[in-house]
Design a protein around this ligand. Structure first.
Ligand code: AMP
Ligand code: MG
Length: 340
């Protein structure tokens, strides 16, 4: 299959992309978080093709993307007031809400679950495509399973060129980590994935929020994860990764003492000159978590093209976006963390 790349957000291109969705095709969609691999969420065969193109296990559910909160009641049962409150505050934006599914949403889409994850992405091109297609777009991240999430159209084509009908290039992703996922089917609500919307924002609206264990620690083989996706191996560079937490000056000093030529280091911008002989990737300024979120997947992905024996990574504190950035780094490290 030859993959078309739409670049200009013209009405013709939006209509052509929407037609691909309506006809059951696969479309790479730009969002503010990461690029998605989209298809008509109500078409079982199209959804099956998403799983096939990614090599994704069938029980790992997809998020469905809608243009606004009025679509919640089309696809979800018993929508509580707090869901609308969250949508009012944070949509379009990096927040996925889990609610009971209506039968119109195929079990294929929800990985067999009675619930469905819904999000309204903050990207004008994708919102226009969904409205034009008039169906929700099911879209997991646009990478091959086990690879890092793509934050540009070029990243996504590395994995998907020739496997999808088209991709719409909407520029680099503004957020760079996936959406935060909040489960509203339980009380108190539970954070299943730390992402682009900080936990503090969710607690401000919802009050108490339980943070699922899978965000901060390794799941043992016997535990049944609340978020089905969490049991699958996450992206990790080929070399073993060690995450070092604590004040950034101390973690830099610790890493400098361990580092030897041939090793890899992911560090804050301020410390890039302190690891001579190492391959160093800049995570961004230590006080700019938004920039760190945009860079974290790239910083890890680049090690795929370089041979390093071992990787050390500095890690921001868990406030705000730090929870999501730290989670992505720690998952890549198999939760091998040195706490200073
Ligand atoms: P991805 O878009 O590749 O990041 O994958 C979507 C993730 O959303 C999955 O791995 C699940 O962890 C989560 N998810 C989607 N739908 C549900 C649901 N109904 N219940 C719990 N988690 C979900
Ligand atoms: Mg993913």
């Amino acid at each position: 299959m030859k993959t078309i790349c739409f670049r200009e957000p013209t009405n013709e291109n939006i209509a052509a992309a929407a037609k691909i969705i309506r006809k059951g095709g696969l479309l790479g969609i730009p969002t503010e978080t990461v690029y998605g691999l989209g298809a008509n969420a109500l078409n079982e065969q199209a959804v099956y093709n998403i799983f096939a193109a990614k090599g994704r296990p069938q029980d790992n559910p997809l998020i469905i993307h809608v243009p606004d909160a009025s679509w919640l009641s089309r696809y979800c049962e018993n929508v509580p007031g707090c869901a609308y409150q969250l949508a009012e505050e944070f949509w379009p934006g990096p927040l996925t809400i889990i609610l009971p599914r209506k039968d119109i949403v195929p079990l294929r889409t929800t990985g067999g679950l009675p619930s469905v994850g819904v999000r309204c992405p903050d990207h004008p091109i994708t919102l226009a495509i969904i409205r034009e297609a008039d169906v929700p777009i099911a879209a997991p991240s646009g990478n091959t399973s086990g690879r890092p999430s793509p934050t540009s159209a070029g990243d996504m084509l590395e994995d998907m060129d020739g496997k999808i009908d088209a991709i719409f290039d909407g520029g680099p992703c503004r957020v760079g980590v996936e959406s935060s996922i909040i489960d509203l089917t339980c009380q108190p609500p539970r954070l299943l994935r730390a992402g682009g919307l900080p936990l503090e924002e969710l607690t401000r609206v919802l009050g108490e929020v339980i943070v699922d264990k899978c965000i901060t620690q390794q799941m043992s083989a016997a535990e049944k994860p609340k978020a089905p996706g969490m049991k699958y191996r996450h992206y990790a560079p080929k070399a073993p990764v060690t995450v070092v937490t604590g004040a950034s000056e101390e973690s830099a000093r610790y890493i400098a003492a361990q580092a030897k030529p041939g090793m890899g280091v992911i560090c804050f911008h301020e410390y890039t000159a302190q690891f001579p002989g190492c391959t160093v990737h800049d995570l961004g300024p230590q006080n700019d978590k938004a920039e760190q979120a945009r860079r974290v997947f790239d910083a890890m992905r680049e090690f795929d093209h370089e041979s390093v024996t071992q990787i050390f990574a500095q890690c921001p504190d868990p406030e705000g976006l730090g929870l999501a950035i730290g989670n992505r780094l720690k998952k890549a490290a198999g939760f091998h963390v040195v706490e200073l």
